[in-house]
Design a protein around this ligand. Structure first.
Ligand code: AMP
Length: 285
């Protein structure tokens, strides 16, 4: 009996012209799109796997977008292991990698401002001014190039999902938003490209983020929101090497403080662990 092996090749495009010509030639197919900054881990790969289940073609972009970094040092230090990323994308049978240079995306003379209301200034927006303008700017450009059927983004960046959903609504973009669950290390730390900057000791201290979120979830029905937030901040502050920026229990739609009419409630937190800034969140209901 002959044995057939499907040899899988990841197609890599670096210009918008290349990828658009390729997509035009393949005809009408459903496209699942997973935009990333690279330094891929299982969190990213879970998005690709979910996209593969619902679409004919899956495109992952790797683009370290300068306009969403408010800290130049963070941009400079952002990990860029492109060869390892290509191997990971190949292993999960991703169809296309779009990996443009900055000059392919920006012509150096751009204006962008999108009114997304209070979502821009809350939580992450307060600590990373301008971040969501940069995010919406690049996601708009990428959607315009790829024209996907569905956009897969992680719950890990909960506020980012809300911001991009708002943009999709404002421009009435014909794309389905899909939120994928947070992938965690066995001990609970949310996977993040920034985790490579943590020392072994810092990684242990960083567990306090997911532990605190789990503790709050476990006590959600028996304590009030004010006390839960207070105790959560105390737990984070008490951990050596951890400096919390916020811990908020918010309405899952508006991200304003949760109230009795909230249909979904999410607790969100950000903290510095040593020099590394981490975020995490958990649905309470
Ligand atoms: P990034 O490369 O950090 O911009 O992330 C690209 C996408 O992967 C975003 O939609 C993130 O929300 C998602 N993502 C990052 N970390 C995780 C994780 N631990 N679990 C699930 N999705 C994630």
């Amino acid at each position: 009996m002959p044995r057939f092996t499907t040899l899988f090749t990841l197609k890599i495009f670096t210009t918008r012209k290349q990828i658009q010509e390729y997509l035009l030639a393949t005809g009408s197919k459903t496209i699942g799109f997973v935009p990333t900054l690279g330094a891929l881990h299982n969190g990213h790969l879970s998005l690709i796997q979910q996209a593969k289940q619902g679409n004919d073609i899956v495109i992952c972009s790797i683009f370290v977008n300068p306009t969403q970094f408010n800290d130049p040092k963070d941009l400079e230090n952002y990990p860029r292991p492109i060869e390892a990323d290509i191997a990971k994308l190949t292993a999960v049978n991703c169809d296309i990698l779009f990996n443009p240079d900055v000059t392919e995306i920006y012509d150096g003379n751009e204006q962008w401002h999108l009114n997304i209301g209070q979502l821009e200034f809350l939580l992450e927006g307060e600590f990373r001014p301008g971040h969501y303008q940069g995010v919406t700017q690049v996601v708009y450009k990428l959607l315009d190039i790829v024209k996907p059927t569905a956009l897969y983004m992680g719950q890990k960046d909960y506020q980012q999902f809300m911001v991009v959903s708002k943009m999709v609504e404002i421009f009435k973009l014909p794309v389905k938003m899909v939120m994928c669950p947070i992938e965690r290390e066995p001990e609970g730390l949310a996977m993040s490209s920034r985790n490579v900057h943590l020392s072994a000791e810092e990684k242990q201290h960083a567990l306090i983020l997911s532990k605190t979120l789990s503790w709050v979830k476990a006590h959600f029905d028996v304590k009030n929101v004010y006390n839960l937030e207070l105790e959560a901040m105390n737990m984070l502050q008490a951990e050596p090497g951890v400096e919390p920026e916020y811990f908020e229990i918010a309405d899952g739609k508006t991200l304003l403080p949760a109230n009795e009419n909230s249909k979904t409630i999410v607790a969100l937190t950000a903290a510095r662990v040593g020099k590394t800034r981490l975020i995490d969140n958990m649905l309470m209901m």
